[in-house]
Design a binder for this molecule. Structure first.
Ligand code: PMV
Length: 348
């Protein structure tokens, strides 16, 4: 089939890992499996306009607009992405593309847009592939979108579906793969389908150490092997936690994973610290609050200083009050984002 031109728009959410991906092999193959909550409010919307070049294979090119403006510093990452995926999407060389993208969250909020951004773009590209080959079914579509997104940014492969997603081979999860993420295949207690995530923006500055560098520092890291097996163990532990709604078990795994991620950074060579004093103050406050209020608020961290506060729907009122009264003071300009678990990317 030939397709001369068209336009497609996808909205893809961000995600927050519960078991962290930190360390990778060639071609964005993760050193250990990870599990994430798909988010809802934090998302990237990407419109892709495509038109076939007059002469077949006469040279692929793309135009890139971020929030309506040229963004030259985003180009290298997108170029690298296209180079990595062109052999999987042979039609690319025959098209000219215009990518118009925007985020629901403020730029330079310290929230990485690479997961949602790469997922949205991968889905738009799969849309062209499906135009050319209508026999592609939904399962293959999502799987290949996740596969392509992974080549843009590892964690992006977990931003196609919701609401609980697994990426990376784990022997207890037969459908799991290092190549793409899958929807978590085992029973999940309803409490987790309604989880909330309030993201406290502690430091909105640019990260001092990119995640690419961080992943690479796991090569030859003194604790790498123990860490990778710990991730497997935590995924095994979560199976019971998810099935039964064991919130205590959930908190234990999730907080330990967040601290371990940062412990890996602190013990690599060179070593670095991405947490800020306010990150630690927030963690202390959360622990205090949890012990006195009989609630189940817990935290997780990404590769940065911001804190994700996770809590069940039933504790929303108490959590919001606590966040406003005690935690907002530690956020840069008092900024935070109320998000919740979400159900995956959408064609608009
Ligand atoms: O997708 P990357 O290469 O930016 O790596 C992200 C790694 C963490 O966010 C720290 C953890 C994770 O699993 O998302």
């Amino acid at each position: 089939k030939t397709v001369s031109e068209g336009k497609v728009t996808y909205r893809a959410p961000s995600n927050i890992a519960l078991v962290k991906y930190w360390g990778k092999k060639e071609d964005q193959i993760p050193a250990n499996p990870s599990i994430s909550f798909t988010l809802d409010a934090c998302a990237t919307t990407t419109a892709l306009t495509y038109s076939k070049l007059a002469e077949k294979g006469s040279g692929f090119s793309f135009e890139l607009l971020f929030e309506g403006k040229d963004k030259p510093d985003f180009r290298p990452k997108i170029e690298a992405f296209f180079n990595r995926i062109e052999s999987y999407l042979p039609f690319l060389k025959d098209y000219q593309l215009k990518i118009e993208t925007s985020n629901s969250f403020p730029h330079s909020s310290g929230i990485a847009s690479s997961a949602s951004g790469m997922a949205a773009l991968a889905l738009c590209l799969m849309h062209i592939e499906k135009q050319l080959d209508p026999s592609i079914n939904e399962e293959f579509f999502d799987q290949k979108a996740s596969f392509l997104a992974r080549l843009g940014s590892g964690s992006a492969c977990r931003s196609i579906e919701g609401d609980l997603v697994q990426w990376g081979y784990h022997k207890g999860i037969p459908a799991s793969s290092d190549l793409f993420a899958v929807k978590y295949p085992f029973p999940v207690h309803e409490v987790f389908h309604k989880y909330h995530d309030t993201i406290l923006l502690v430091d909105k500055g640019q990260k001092q150490v990119s995640s690419t560098i961080g992943h690479n520092l796991m090569h030859g890291h003194p604790f790498a092997e123990q860490r990778f097996s710990q991730a497997h163990e935590n995924i095994t532990k979560l199976k019971e936690v998810f099935a039964t709604g064991n919130l205590k078990g959930f908190i234990e795994v999730v907080e330990s994973e967040a601290l371990t991620l940062h412990a890996m950074m602190m013990t690599s060579m060179p070593y670095f610290i991405l947490m800020k004093p306010n990150t630690l103050k927030i963690i202390q406050k959360i622990w205090q609050f949890r012990s006195t209020s009989k609630t189940h608020l817990c935290f997780t961290l990404d590769a940065g200083a911001n804190v994700h506060v996770l809590y069940p729907q039933e504790e929303k009122e108490k959590a919001h009050q606590f966040i406003k009264d005690e935690l907002v003071a530690y956020c840069e300009n008092g900024q935070y984002i109320c998000d919740r678990i979400g159900f995956g990317a959408k064609l608009l």
